[in-house]
Design a protein around this ligand. Sequence first.
Ligand code: GDP
Length: 527
Amino acid sequence: MPSLQDEISRRRTFAIISHPDAGKTTLTEKLLLFGGAIQLAGTVKGRKAARHATSDWMALEQQRGISVTSSVMQFPYDGRMVNLLDTPGHEDFSEDTYRTLTAVDSALMVIDCAKGVENRTIKLMEVCRLRDTPIMTFINKLDREGREPMELLDEIEKILKISCAPVTWPIGMGRALRGIYHLIEDRIYIYQAAEKGRAGTVATIDGLQSDEAGEFLGDQAQAFRDEVELVRGAAPEFSREEYLAGRQTPVMFGSAINNFGVTELLAMFVATAPGPMPRATTSREVAATEEKLSGFVFKIQANMDPGHRDRIAFMRVCSGKYTKGMRLFHVRLGKEMRISDALTFLAADRQHTDEAFAGDILGLHNHGTINIGDTFTEGESIMFTGIPNFAPEMFRRVVLRDPLRMKALQKGLDQLCEEGATQVFRPLRNNDLILGAVGQLQFDVVAFRLQDEYSVQATFDNVNVFTARWVYCNDAKKLEEFRAKAYENLAVDHSGALVYLAPTRVNLQLTLERWPGITFRETREHL
Ligand code: GDP
């Protein structure tokens, strides 16, 4: 029997960050395939098909139903236990996407070699930065004509402000792609386009200076050897310490769809990615290896089963071990709960399990008592920090069809806020209710659930808000002055915290400049 410490230290919990269409779904599928969880590969595809369905409720429901099973994918690989957490993208992009990144120990960034660093990646990277999450980079679609590898690294360094350490280097690209050269192993992996059913075993050549390599590279040999010399001179060598500190990203190249470079990526990942990291709480740091269980809720998924109003709260286990039937202390409510039927996510389906360890994710059945950010322990009154609300980027004013349903509307919105499905802002100057989200689909979900669960018919109007910033100031006088001057644009959020709703980017900029004594934050902690 492996010890508790062994079980914990072999966990590798991560998420993929990328811009839509860079190849996240394809890579996920291939990681699962090579990770041995082959039966899961179809699940990812299923989700993808659903994603492109029309956005009626059936599709929405189906999409969300499928995505819970693929919300967390666990598979053993090379002695490790890998947990891959899905970050909803495309239309289902939401605050969940951001918060999932607070529940991982590292991230894998996928970049399209023709497109380089794109918007969504920049945003997701900012979220990773909040905790200095280590990032590994996979530059995908090498089978297509892309940009110069050196140019891509420069762009990553410049835009994402992280140093790049190439681990593999492409030998050609697009139609001229011959393979990749592994700088640490000093080995060439020869490219072959994937054929159906072939698990991508590739031929290799040891030693760039070897005769065999010379023969393989032919008249390109000298040029490529020179290029590698140049790369070694210009780019830093991979340093695990720098990577773990979030200052350096190891970069690997490949083509997910052709199964190329994926095994090498997985090998690098399990060998170097961090295990469960310590986590901050309101009073002390919790080490993953502590005997007692603790964890926090980072996501709540509603209506998995329309017949049951079933909600699943996803809890990241931060320390210790879960065993079936154990009692957990719900810190916010100060109450003990018996957890007999938590879900874990090994293999194809969510399933009941007897155990889970720090680094794993548990799905808890939730009947309205669990909120985003809640902490569970075996009795200690600590609360995990760093599970914030993120400034929404889309805003709508709620229009209630039947004014008599106001109370039901308020109740519904309260619940949806606590589940993290949306954020509500109440302007100081009027009685409007303004919803905020980071993804369009969030509004559709809110409208549907208000109708379905609270019998409230609401529609949404456009509203003149560009973004939100939480307002902090220790100087009461200064804050009062700001309140009076900026009254028109101020609101309170669900928790009563003061928020500045900027009508335009320019207005936000001017306000930041005019009020240096006031702190404007893009996140708010759930405390
Ligand atoms: P996601 O939106 O990031 O999940 O991206 P997908 O995995 O859905 O990929 C987007 C598109 O790129 C799909 O049409 C894929 O088939 C394609 N794609 C993914 N990986 C590769 C690759 O390595 N090479 C090429 N040529 N296409 C790829």
